[in-house]
Ligand binder design. Structure first.
Ligand code: ATP
Length: 188
């Protein structure tokens, strides 16, 4: 049975925290691939400040040198609210023989009870929780916890630094930085 990791997120922009948790989960859980799925409209978060197509391009730039990482445009193509339940229902239909591991940071773990159709979703995927500063990794739902280095980077922090013309070197991949500058993203 193919073991596939899923990392959903706004990726506005993708940063080294995303890449690190995907790679650590891949190794710890012996995943064949990790699919990055940029949300179109996050149900529980502020709207992305950047177009879906740009966020897909930035993820592609971020993962180009990891052959086990893929990007899926399923949520961007579907439009509307990006419920994980809908996404996973489709993916499971398409790849019935696969076992899906859904990777989430501790901020999302806290929010799990509010996810759309969570009681059915927990039967469809195995949740994998990773720590994030300021949040507890506790859940009434079954999650596998993997121990990774705590990495205090968020997209919010990157956006703030870019707006303030501060360096983001070593926080996001150089390829993502080049794309941001070319497209003049995150400028006022
Ligand atoms: P924002 O600051 O815009 O809210 P974010 O940095 O949380 O964004 P997302 O794209 O929303 O990034 O995150 C996608 C997934 O990656 C979520 O499950 C989130 O918890 C997790 N994640 C993001 N950054 C980290 C990090 N530094 N450590 C652990 N998990 C992270």
């Amino acid at each position: 049975m193919k073991r596939i990791g899923i990392l959903g997120g706004t990726f506005d922009p993708p940063h080294l925290g995303h890449l690190l948790i995907a790679e650590e989960a891949r190794i710890a859980l012996e995943l064949e691939e990790v699919w990055f799925i940029p949300t179109y409209e996050p149900p529980h978060k502020h709207e992305a400040s950047t177009k879906g197509t740009d966020r897909v391009q930035m993820v592609e730039q971020a993962i180009y040198n990891n052959k086990n990482f893929k990007v899926s445009t399923i949520e961007i193509d579907r439009l509307g609210k990006s419920y994980t339940f809908d996404t996973m229902s489709t993916l499971k239909e398409e790849a019935n023989e696969a076992k899906f591991f859904f990777i989430i940071g501790a901020d999302m773990v806290e929010y799990l009870p509010h996810w759309h159709n969570i009681d059915r979703l927990v039967d469809m995927v195995t949740f994998v929780g990773v720590k994030r500063s300021g949040f507890r990794l506790n859940s009434k739902y079954p999650i596998i916890k993997i121990d990774i280095p705590l990495i205090e980077i968020s997209s919010t922090f990157i956006r703030e630094r870019l707006k303030a013309n501060k360096t983001v070197k070593y926080l996001i991949p150089d390829s993502v930085y080049t794309y941001i500058k070319e497209k003049r993203l995150y400028e006022d």
